[in-house]
Design a binder for this molecule. Structure first.
Ligand code: NDP
Length: 327
């Protein structure tokens, strides 16, 4: 059995709910697929839980191959985390293409409920803690998608529901429906980092007003906001791999110059760039947790170090803004 260092982890209240989340959570989008070494995946997940990271985030399509991250996590649950289910908060999602034909994508009741059943089978779980609609589907009535999330809870297959990639006005509409149904809606999952600041334009305010938690994905911009790309693109990095959405073309000379300038600011405050990037997203009171990925244990250790750093002062935030604005 693992004895997690609960006292060493920072837990933050998830909106106006009974749940707290670790300030860092672990995402299994990359590094847990059938293309990745199982032993590394196991070591990262074990180290995360040991450090008090109680929340593991998945989706039906994580891999590659789609579905294999859930299978890997199922093996880890059996091999390494057996007996700990009640200490873990496991999430999964449906909303992107998962299987061929008209019912394997989108937001229909047919797709969402079938996909959740598949996810549970792959992970060997009776229920997930959070079931998300992964993205809005404009071709399905919002009522239908929200009723499917509600049904997942009523069937005992999810404890809470969440929304991901929903814009602020759609969050409000979805909440009106979910609250009228009495559905326990817990959290929103948007993309947010120093390089992607859209949630500042309204979403974070709406989440706070509505009492919804917020877990931000890709807080390191898939690794760009770390030491990884300061000298170009390493052969074993995400940007160098043939799959995934981070391409080597994103590592432009201008981007590297900006990352180096941010790295200098981080060094001046005794942090690495990855640590400063995490401190930066967690400065927002609306943000409950930063959802990181890690391809090795050392990255996770470094990221955990962010929780020991001082908060960013106003003048430091100003300097970061100036680098981001290129002024
Ligand atoms: P990050 O921005 O944290 O990127 C993680 C990657 O950055 C790692 O795989 C690694 O890449 C590199 N990295 C991490 N820490 C360090 C470090 N200390 N030093 C150097 N490199 C580091 O997050 P992700 O993009 O992986 O997203 C996190 C999670 O968010 C996903 O797993 C998923 O759960 C969720 N997500 C949700 C989405 C949604 O639509 N709801 C969409 C995307 C993600 P490398 O392989 O190069 O070592």
């Amino acid at each position: 059995m693992i004895a997690p260092d609960y006292a060493g982890m920072v837990y933050r209240r998830c909106g106006r709910s009974g749940i707290v989340l670790p300030a860092l959570s672990l995402g299994l989008w990359h590094n847990f697929g059938s293309v990745d070494p199982l032993e590394t995946a196991r070591a990262v997940a074990r180290r995360a839980f040991e450090a008090g990271i109680t929340h593991f985030d998945l989706a039906n399509n994580y891999g590659p191959e789609p579905g294999t991250a859930e299978e890997t996590f199922g093996r880890i649950l059996r091999l390494d985390l057996a007996g700990h289910r009640d200490e873990l908060l496991v999430s999964t999602k449906a909303g992107y293409l998962m299987w061929p034909g008209p019912y394997g994508d989108g937001g229909s009741r047919k797709y969402l409920l079938a996909s959740l059943d598949q996810s549970l089978r792959r992970m060997g779980l009776d229920y997930v803690d959070i079931f998300y609609h992964h993205r809005p589907d404009p071709s399905t009535p919002l009522e239908e998608s929200m009723l499917a999330l509600d049904q997942a809870v009523r069937l005992g297959k999810a404890l809470y529901v969440g929304l991901s990639n929903y814009p602020p006005e759609l969050v409000r509409s979805a909440l009106t429906i979910l609250r009228s149904l009495g559905t326990p809606v817990l959290i929103h999952q948007p993309k947010y980092s120093m390089l992607v600041r859209e949630p500042e334009a309204g979403l974070l305010r709406v989440l706070e007003e509505e009492g919804l938690g917020c877990i931000v994905f890709s807080p390191l911009a898939q690794g760009l906001l770390s030491g990884r790309y300061l000298e170009g693109t390493p052969a074993d990095s995400r940007a160098a791999k043939p799959w995934g959405f981070l391409q080597e073309s994103a590592v432009t000379p201008e981007r590297v110059a900006q990352l180096r300038a941010l790295n200098e600011l981080a060094r001046a405050r005794g942090q690495t760039l990855a640590q400063m990037a995490l401190t930066w997203v967690l400065r927002q009171s609306a943000v409950t947790s930063a959802l990181v990925g890690a391809s090795r244990v050392a990255q996770l250790e470094e990221n955990l170090g962010a929780l020991k750093g001082a908060p960013l002062a106003e003048d430091e935030l100003g300097r970061i803004d100036r680098v981001l604005a290129g002024t």
